[in-house]
Design a binder for this molecule. Structure first.
Ligand code: NI
Length: 178
């Protein structure tokens, strides 16, 4: 079912999510189906359970072609439960990032370029791997949601935050200092 995406200011977006302790339940599979359906309906590339009002450590992401991020390479549809990540090295990248909970806006957010992630699938099997660039960004963004953190808390400056498409156009004409 397509759910309402909570917007910035809602207390559930500021609350750390609880880990899943029982896997392969009907409720968990339904939550995952709702997350994918809502993500696809809103054109998102990722969605975290707290964004639809469920404070559990479940994220989904994936797309073949994104209209929100036309330059991004496809990511396979993925579910990660109780996810964690660690940076592989210090390398970081800036990108004009949005969030479905802050509709119509973008901001420049610096994130690790290469990360190692760990988590579980819906059946409780361990998942882990290394991801890079936009894929790594999406994971970091969604895991932030599970910690009650929105991407605007990571803005380098409010100067680099604004409404689409104005801010994207502005940033295109800027030379950024790394
Ligand atoms: Ni978000």
């Amino acid at each position: 079912m397509i759910k309402k995406v909570l917007r910035m200011g809602h207390p559930k977006l500021q609350t750390p999510a609880q880990p899943i302790t029982t896997f392969d339940t009907e409720q968990l599979h339904q939550l995952i189906a709702d997350l994918f359906e809502t993500m696809k309906a809103t054109g998102g590339v990722g969605l975290a359970a707290p964004q639809i009002g469920v404070c559990l450590q479940v994220i989904v992401f994936g797309f073949t072609k994104s209209t929100r991020y036309p330059d991004a390479k496809p990511i396979p549809d993925t579910v990660l439960i109780n996810p964690r990540y660690t940076p592989i090295n210090d390398e970081q990248v800036d990108y004009m990032e949005g969030c479905l909970s802050i509709p119509g806006m973008r901001g420049l957010v610096r994130r690790y370029r290469n990360i190692h992630y760990e988590g579980f699938d819906p059946y409780g099997n361990r998942l882990e791997g290394d991801v890079h660039d936009f894929h790594a960004r999406v994971l970091q963004h969604e895991i932030d949601h599970l910690n009650g953190t929105l991407n605007i808390e990571r803005l380098a400056s409010l100067k680099y935050f604004g409404f689409e498409p104005e801010i994207i156009e502005t940033m295109r004409n800027c030379v950024l200092q790394p």
